[in-house]
Design a protein around this ligand. Sequence first.
Ligand SMILES: Cc1cc2nc3c(=O)[nH]c(=O)nc-3n(C[C@H](O)[C@H](O)[C@H](O)COP(=O)(O)OP(=O)(O)OC[C@H]3O[C@@H](n4cnc5c(N)ncnc54)[C@H](O)[C@@H]3O)c2cc1C
Length: 448
Amino acid sequence: MQVTLKERVLDISESVDVLVVGGGPAGIGAAVSSARNGSATMLLEKRGFLGGNITASYVETCNYFFKGTPFRSEGIYAEIEEKYHASYGSDDIRKDAPLRFSSEYLKIFLDDFVKGAGVKLKLHAFVNQVVVENNEIQAVIIQTKKGPVAIKAKVVIDTTGDADVAFSAGVPFEQGREKDGLCQPGTVSFRVAGANAKRLTEDGDLLKVHGKTFNEDYRAGKTNLSCKRQDLPFGRLTAGGQISYINYSCEYGIDPTDVDDLTLGEVKCRQYIMEFYKYMKEHFEGLENVEISSIAPEIGFRDSRRIVGEYRLTIEDMEENRQFDDVIAVYPRFYDMLAPDANMDGDGSVEGKGYKGHIYVPVEGNRSFQIPYKTMLPVNINNMLVAGRCLSADHVAQSGVRAISLCMMTGEAAGAAAALANNEGTSPKEINVKELQKVLRAQNINLP
Ligand SMILES: Cc1cc2nc3c(=O)[nH]c(=O)nc-3n(C[C@H](O)[C@H](O)[C@H](O)COP(=O)(O)OP(=O)(O)OC[C@H]3O[C@@H](n4cnc5c(N)ncnc54)[C@H](O)[C@@H]3O)c2cc1C
């Protein structure tokens, strides 16, 4: 049986210079950068708040891997860190804790931050349709409670993480591992209240010890839990006994873009959380009296669609630190891929390329890699850029590209490029990249 969707004529409701879709790290960087460079900019976000995985998956610890290395936050990300901490401070009582946001305060901070940059924001604005003619996006359609709304923009930036806009525009994409399309697992993070903050901190960092013990017990087959997750990152511990982030539940083998898989992932992860919650109360000193205070509003993903762009960043580029004329970001070389098939045997090295267990390679000294501008240019659409975790890269390279502050840096570059295209009266594919690099340097992005 089939049905036909009727064609519908829509008035253009608003026109802007630059339309950014997706209000996560990349989208925030893109919108603020575009607006500050003189373009009338609108940011669309499907949820009721900004921040992407930082706020929706409680990933409040963003640059922990910089510790002990020569790397520092850059550009708009550094500015957010600085201004956020000046306003909201830091309430983590764990010794030597890295800089962490509180995602609830961050939501409020980001509302003001994007508004202050002159960005027009629409929340509850889901996009999965565009009108394309002559390889250009003519209009982006927001699905609203009142039906579809059409927005016109000279340049569209896709920062949805899942490349939803690019997909709607017919941009070819890859997803997951090359051989079987498997992505990293989906995670539903959660928070607890009622932890014994004193006990957890009086002899060093007891949460770290719990994480280590859990990993060993899991590997020794002692935990008897159904979730195949062995690592246990904890977030902020506050004096009031809140642990703001427990990154435990993982559902493996699901497609982040499939509605039935998403449903399965949400339901399964909540079951894993309940199982683990009982386990932690029984096994972890200092957590005997905790209660679940919140479960993340949505399952979070580390990777899904990756567009086919004019250049595809590869693991070899990262290993060799290949230098690009059109470099738009330099970032410490690291990889972090949870085993897509839940294989827990690997040693974390890149050699297995995600087929022999997880990959975790921390930052080594000043080793870095470059991201070229062309990774953000879809092969077949001329007035579009794609930034963040869905730009053009192979699956292993993406596990380094997905870092939050780097996603914001690629977004920042895309926003500046879109504004430059408008100012030069050209398309993102034809801008003067040397000029873009100048703009980025002026925005405190360290480029060679
Ligand atoms: C559990 C977990 C732990 C992680 N840990 C770390 C870590 O410790 N350090 C680190 O650096 N990274 C970590 N990551 C990875 C990191 O969070 C992401 O790679 C990063 O957030 C990607 O940024 P982004 O802006 O590209 O996409 P996202 O953060 O996914 O943001 C995309 C935004 O677009 C919106 N959106 C999506 N589709 C649409 C649509 N069709 N229409 C409108 N809006 C849409 C979403 O609601 C979201 O706000 C973790 C991820 C997860 C899930």
